[in-house]
Design a protein around this ligand. Sequence first.
Ligand SMILES: [Zn+2]
Length: 262
Amino acid sequence: MKAFNLLLLLLLSLMLSACSNNITIKLNAIDAEQIAPVKVHIFEHILAQPYLIETKNTLFVVDPGAAGNEKMIIEKMQQLGRKDLAFIFITHSHFDHYGAAAALKTKYKVPVIIQKEDALAMAAGETRLPKVNGWGYVGRFFLPLGELLWPPGKIKADIFFDKEFNFKRFGVDAIALHTPGHTPGSSVLVLNDKFIFAGDLISAKRGKPTVQRFYADDWSQIAESFYKVKTTEPELVFPGHGKPVSGSEFQKLVPVVIPSTE
Ligand SMILES: [Zn+2]
């Protein structure tokens, strides 16, 4: 028990001292449509990392991350002298991806967009991890602690979509594609046909990209969704956790085949 308490304490201090560095990547996206470079601000975090994306006309967030992360996003927007957030896109209804959305929505009065299958769980402030594998058991064990430390704001989405969503109405060349598996409503955002914000379809924690292999609602759908994204031949993929993955690294990835039962 003592060892367990020590482990818990160590884990807590690790979590609470989580770094909040942010880095900016300029994407090579200068073409007729997009005459200003796209900038992606990545907020490193022990849990999912938020993305604030600047295009020529639009500023938007992909996965604001766990509750409390709104502070670093607001701070960054203040540094940029921007208040014109256009929308918040959520890749899936896990607390470490949507937890800060409610606070941002309240501040900027912007629509929150999610695939319809995940909308209910997000509105209930839930995180469902129905099938886990390997280290996923540890993650599920610590889920209540994570939700206690970063209680997610319950949030009703303003826009739901089914198979696909086009962001043209916001003046941005992007679409969302339904890529179920990790959760029933997981989706990715494809920007300028070549940059993908992949949520937890892939992960690159500790620098090693992999297709999701710890948590799934349906393992077989993860493989299907991965191949769907692969055919878009992205130039760069931004995972929910970890560093950006190059197109060639992404093409080399192979989903692990895991039976769809626990
Ligand atoms: Zn997730």
